[in-house]
Ligand binder design. Sequence first.
Ligand code: SAH
Ligand code: SF4
Ligand code: F3S
Length: 496
Amino acid sequence: MTQNQTASVFQSEEFARMLREAGSAAFPPEEDSSERQAWYIRKAQELVRERELAAGRKLTVCVVTFGCQMNERDSEKLRGILRLAGYADTDSEDADFVLYNTCTVRENANVRVYGRLGSLTSFRKKNPGMIIGLCGCMMQEKEAVQKIRESFRYVNLVFGTHNLHRFAELLVSALMAEKGEQIIQLADKAEGIVENLPAERTYPFKSGVNIMFGCNNFCTYCIVPYVRGREISRKPADILREIEQLAADGVIEVMLLGQNVNSYGKGLDTDCSFARLLSEVEKIDGIRRIRFMTSHPKDLGDDLIEVMRDSEKISHHLHLPLQSGSSRLLKKMNRHYTKESYLDLVDRIRSRIPDVSLTTDLIVGFPGETEEDFLETMDVVRQVRYDSAFTFIYSKRSGTPAAVMPDQVPDDLVHDRFDRLLAEVQTIGRQQSARFEGQVKSVLVEQINRQDPGLVTGRILNNLVVHFPGDESLIGKITDVYLKKCQGFYYIGERV
Ligand code: SAH
Ligand code: SF4
Ligand code: F3S
């Protein structure tokens, strides 16, 4: 019933010590710290145990993640705490605690959450002690929280991105709440970074690592800076310590996460660029693969390209969101690059890293987009030849500058452009993906193939998926595979 049989909770030795010591303290430490959260985990353990005794079985929790890799990583932190508190993980929403970690980047993300919340009421009828919780980006929006207060009274717990590090405390409040009480705790801005909290690891051999939080770019269509707050970088020493501990615990691949990793280090006392951080991570024994996302084209410097080129460990993959190929629209989007400077950047990258995989995000239907603007986007797609691209229909987010721009594009035009763009992106993506056919590449094996248990599934260094005959013993290992045939966006291979 667990989401992943191999999932385990990772906690540093310091945190394990805090948890032991928390047992002898009558009150939690006042200061906002990992010690304080350790105290609350102990408290949650007692409360979960009481409920278990009453129910005569182990309690279950289902954390559902919407949105991006930031949210995926946050969910691992939430699950880490829930597992330490005594809950068993399940992927069924018929659980004792269901927690939706929400996204609000586009309107339909919100609509999906409201729809799914409705379907939880039947589970609650069968299990009146069930806790329903909401957290994540959508909860940083006042209107969404107001709607939960008014129309979804049965939601027990609401918190946002800025107080997620206090989750153990919030969990205790939810477990102690009166029947029908709705606990809503939100913070307007980040309260600093609390290091050292535990996290579940879905795979024992790879892990995401946050290197920064928030975003300062204020692209005019985007709600992320409003719901995730100002950009703040973790100290290099804290990041490197976490990765060393992960490596000691068997992790061989890390994914460094930030909304714009290229601006890493701004505001820190120590002078450390993202390229410098990468070279430090590269030195850590045991780490064999390094990935990162996302790179904003405006801040991607030659130092990063050179570190990538010279590295054996850093993935030759850049996710380089273009959004639009029209310089006129890029200006209105506040992206700080032009079609020409983007293409120039791609040339600089390709000339130094010829086998690089480039992927992107594209928005269709930004206010004022004309057919000519759209054709500029198609032109960049044809020139760059992305391995893959996420294509999005522009979604109006209230509070962002673009929401009140004139000339919102009619739906039928947008859908027509979207279909044309998707078809182009897919045709090129298939051709690009096939370019390694016939080559031998090292593959990190991730899991048994979901459809055919005689196959395993893994990824080559620049992220393309390969399926090949193999068994469980290969999971978490890096092995050489002959890429026999490309089928769309993945390969069928053979071990050599
Ligand atoms: N920080 C990352 C992206 C975060 S959001 C970056 O800058 O690349 C992921 C993607 O969602 C964006 O790249 C953009 O393409 C898309 N997106 C953001 N806001 C949107 C909106 N209002 N409508 C449609 N797509 C949007
Ligand atoms: Fe949004 Fe732009 Fe920040 Fe990315 S860089 S999260 S698109 S504001
Ligand atoms: Fe969504 Fe928040 Fe990520 S709005 S895209 S989950 S940062």
